[in-house]
Structures are given as C-alpha cells and as structure tokens.
Design a protein around this ligand. Structure first.
Ligand code: GDP
Ligand code: GDP
Length: 455
C-alpha cells in the first residue's frame, strides 16, 4: 500500500512541473477494465496513454493535455490498475479520490456489457461526497442496438448516461461536449475566467476600514480596467494595479469603490460580493481599522478567506491614528483574537499617508510563494519520520497510531495527506502542522491535513 502511495505522490511531484493550468482538469475514473485507458487514448487521438508498467504494482495517475472543439483541458487517467489479490478495492478508491479531489470535473466510466457492480456503487458514494460535476459514460456499447442498456444507469443518480464505445469512438463526441460544458461551468464558479496570468487579489474588509483608500494609494494613476462587464452596478470590475514593479489583478474593484454600505439593505449583498471576490482570488488582503475595536464582522471576513483556502495578508490600516496605548491594545488583540492565523503575513500601514504601503508587495509575494509551495515526497517523509521518532503519537487504549507515509496532494493551498495506522488526535495534527510550518515555512497560507487510516 505504501508503494502505491509513493508512486502516486511521485507522480504528483511530476505533475507540478507541467506548467500553466489549462482551462480545467477532467479526471477519468472507474473500476478496472471498464475502458478508461481506451477512452483516454480515444480522446487524445493517439495511443499515448501507455507508460511503463511494473507487474503487480499499480500505474500512477497520468495527466495529459487534451483538446476538444477548440477547448484545451487536462485529462487525468487513473487506469492501469492490476487487480492484485489484496485491498485493491480500497486502493482504487484512494487513487480515484485523489484524482477527483484535484479535478474540476469527473468522467465516471462504467461497463455497459457487465452492468453495475459493488465497486461501481462504492465509487458513486465517493463521487457524491466529492461534490464535483460528473459525466457518466456507459462504455462498451459497440453498436446502437445496445444503447437502450445505458438507460439502466439513470438509477445511479449521476445524471444522463452517455452510451459510448471507447474502442470504436461511438458517442465519445457527445460525451466530450458534456464534459467540456461541465469544465467551463466549473471555471465560471471558481472564477478562473479572466484571461490573465496575473496574480488575483481580493481586497476585503468591512465598510470604512479603508479599502478604497488603499486601492487609490497603491494604484496612483497606473490603473487599468480589464474586466468591466457592461451594464449594472453589480458587475465586477477587475483592475490591473502595479505594486512594487509587479502587475496584480485586483478583483471586483467596483465592490470596493462603490459605497455599498451606504445603500440601505446592502449589507447582505456586500457580504455575498465579498465571498465571490474571495472565491475568484488567489490572495486575500484582509483589512482592519486599527483605530477601532475589532468587530465580529472583521473576523468573519478573515475566516471567509482562510476557509476558502486563500493566501492571506492581514493589513492593519489607519496606523497613523494610533498612540502608544492603541498599539499595545492591538498587540494584545493579536495574541488573542488572531491565534487562529498566527501564520498569516501582517502589515501595519496607513492608506491615507502611504506609510509602510511599500511593505505590502513583499508580504503578498511571500504568502503566494507559500501557497504555491510543494514539498517533495522524499523530503516530507524524511522530516515526518524524524518528527515522529522524537514525538510519537500518545498511547490511547494500549494502541499507538503510527504515520506510515505522507504526501503533499495539492498546492494552492498546500494539502497534505497522511496515511496512518489509526486516528490521529486533533492536538497531534496541530502539532504536525506547527512542525511543518517551522520546517518548511508556509508563511501566509493556510495548510490542510487529512488523515487516511490504513490497517
Ligand atoms: P481500464 O482498466 O479501465 O483502463 O480499461 P482498459 O482501457 O484497459 O480496457 C479494458 C478492456 O476493455 C480492454 O481489453 C479493452 O480493449 C476493452 N474495451 C475498452 N473499451 C471498449 C469498448 O468500447 N468496447 C469493447 N468491446 N471493449 C472495450
Ligand atoms: P472602505 O469603505 O473600506 O473602502 O473605506 P474608505 O477607503 O472609504 O475609508 C473610510 C474612511 O477612512 C475615509 O474617511 C478615509 O479617508 C479614512 N481612512 C482610510 N484609510 C485611512 C488611514 O490610513 N488613516 C486615516 N486616518 N484615515 C483613513
């Protein structure tokens, strides 16, 4: 089992080097022999999805660049599993789950000649939990006589079953139309539509903390509207703002500049707008008014950014209004109200006078570097081995959960998957997170840890 995880982790180390992200990632999942690799080959239009197989060992996830009807996307093949005797079911579920968690949409393949099996049902449960858009392919329906068979698969509750023959290409076009439509839809919800390789920044905070003042301070005159959708005041306006010699895309500056809070009943709308801006961003600049008590609403905005997994810079604005007493009050607050985000980058500044505004760019770059950071699997495991040797998990009921292996499954934000022999207590997980941060940095980004239990 560890070998599989290692292969999988090395494969994701490699994937990271593949460069810019296409319009979206489609994972092809299904149990062995349903025809996933055949389908991927068909989509790629060449017999490419073949890599070295080591007998008895599973092949890793493989990512390819694909194209359909003028849309580029990435396709992840999870095929190539050899049905070895033990634990293959759960191994496939793990493998598929990782692929799915990294994908924007899923093509779920079943075998129309064999019909539904237990393993199909288990994958359906996993897919439901994952909540990603799914297109359902019923494969091996080589002639149109067999198409009626596909309707049996409506009962999976995974939407319309597409009857296909990966081998002969029947129905694959319709399937791809549906898959690409899902990818584009996913793009829209995750907000990666802006055709730009600039880093996306959401400037957020409750009304009057100084968002528009800061935007003006940063922008001076170097400001270009790049995404002004015609029409109403609701439409987002994204602007390119140069900060410290680098262009950044500030998201939904209309929401920043228009005084929405002064329009009655606009608070709810403004909080939705904040959420939307955070979701479209990579980095959230969360502003506080340092001259005022910290309000629940301040902390709520901060949590929205952290929970969304964005890189975070906390900005304490209006520093020019603080006296010694005020500064002490704030440092006490920092130690209490902000203990959840002690890892965040923090800048004290004055948007009005410009004092320390030049410190922002460095904090933003640091946070995004952490957000992007990937720890190679070997290094991660060597480190966790040392940590565990020095500080094993406490004994519980005569048992001692042990970490078998870990891998960084994702970046943006960093997400670690730990395979352990038993449940790891919250305090131990926090301890691991702290040690990871001490060792590898990660200043300015939330990190996620999930634990998979292996007997
Ligand atoms: P995977 O394990 O899901 O990647 O499945 P493969 O792509 O390796 O296919 C498993 C077997 O099913 C192979 O022998 C394929 O030739 C066969 N197969 C795949 N697609 C079709 C199809 O559309 N029709 C028929 N009749 N056989 C297929
Ligand atoms: P927004 O609602 O978050 O966009 O906040 P604004 O930028 O409109 O600022 C609200 C008020 O705070 C305005 O009167 C600003 O002039 C004032 N303000 C913003 N930043 C500072 C600052 O750094 N120092 C001081 N003294 N006032 C500020």
């Amino acid at each position: 089992e560890e070998d599989k995880a290692i292969i999988e982790a090395e494969s994701s180390d490699r994937e990271e080097e593949q460069g810019p992200r296409a319009v979206g990632v489609l994972a092809v999942v299904g149990r062995p022999n349903v025809g996933k690799s055949t389908l991927v080959n068909r989509i790629l239009g060449r017999r490419a999805a073949v890599v070295e197989d080591t007998p008895g060992v599973t092949r890793d996830r493989v990512t390819y660049e694909a194209e359909w009807a003028g849309t580029d996307f990435q396709i992840v093949d999870t095929g190539g599993w050899e049905a070895d005797a033990q634990g293959i079911g759960s191994a496939i579920a793990d493998q598929s789950q990782l692929a799915v968690s990294l994908a924007d949409a899923v093509c779920f393949v079943v075998d129309g000649q064999v019909g539904l099996t237990d393993m199909d049902s288990r994958l359906v449960t996993m897919l439901r939990k994952a909540g990603k858009p799914v297109v359902l392919a019923v494969n091996k329906l080589d002639s149109s006589d067999a198409d009626y068979t596909a309707s049996e698969f409506w009962k999976l509750g995974m939407g319309e079953p597409y009857a296909i023959s990966a081998m002969h290409g029947r129905g694959v076009g319709d399937l791809l139309d549906a898959a690409v439509a899902e990818l584009k839809q996913a793009e829209r919800t995750s907000g990666f539509l802006t055709p730009s390789n600039l880093r996306r920044v959401a400037l957020v905070g409750r009304p009057n903390v100084g968002k528009s003042s800061l935007l003006n301070q940063l922008a001076g005159r170097e400001r270009a509207v790049v995404n002004e959708l015609a029409g109403t005041t609701r439409d987002p306006i994204d602007e390119v703002v140069q900060v410290d010699g680098q262009d950044w895309l500030f998201i939904d500056t209309a929401g920043i500049k228009r005084r929405l809070h002064k329009i009655s009943g606009a608070e709810y709308y403004s909080s939705l707008r904040t959420q939307a801006a955070i979701e479209r961003s990579e980095l959230a600049l969360v502003l506080f008014d340092a001259s005022q008590p910290i309000a629940d609403q301040d902390l709520k905005v901060m949590s929205q950014a952290v929970d969304a997994g964005r890189a975070v810079v906390l900005v304490f604005n209006k520093w020019d209004l603080l006296d010694d007493f005020g500064r002490q009050r704030l440092e006490r607050l920092w130690a209490t109200e902000f203990d959840r985000v002690t890892w965040a980058e923090r800048v004290n500044l004055s948007a009005k006078t410009g004092w320390h505004a030049n410190r922002l760019a460095k904090a933003m770059r640091t946070a995004l570097d952490s957000w992007d950071q990937r720890i190679p699997t070997g290094k991660l495991n060597a480190f966790l081995g040392t940590v565990q040797a020095a500080h094993p998990h406490p004994l519980r009921g005569g048992k001692q959960p042990r970490i078998l292996f870990a891998t960084q499954a994702a970046t943006r934000p960093p997400r670690f998957v730990i395979f352990a022999t038993g449940f790891l207590e919250a305090s131990y997980r926090r301890f691991l997170e702290r040690r990871l941060r001490e060792e590898f940095g990660f200043a300015g980004t939330p990190i996620q840890l999930s634990v998979h239990i292996r007997e």
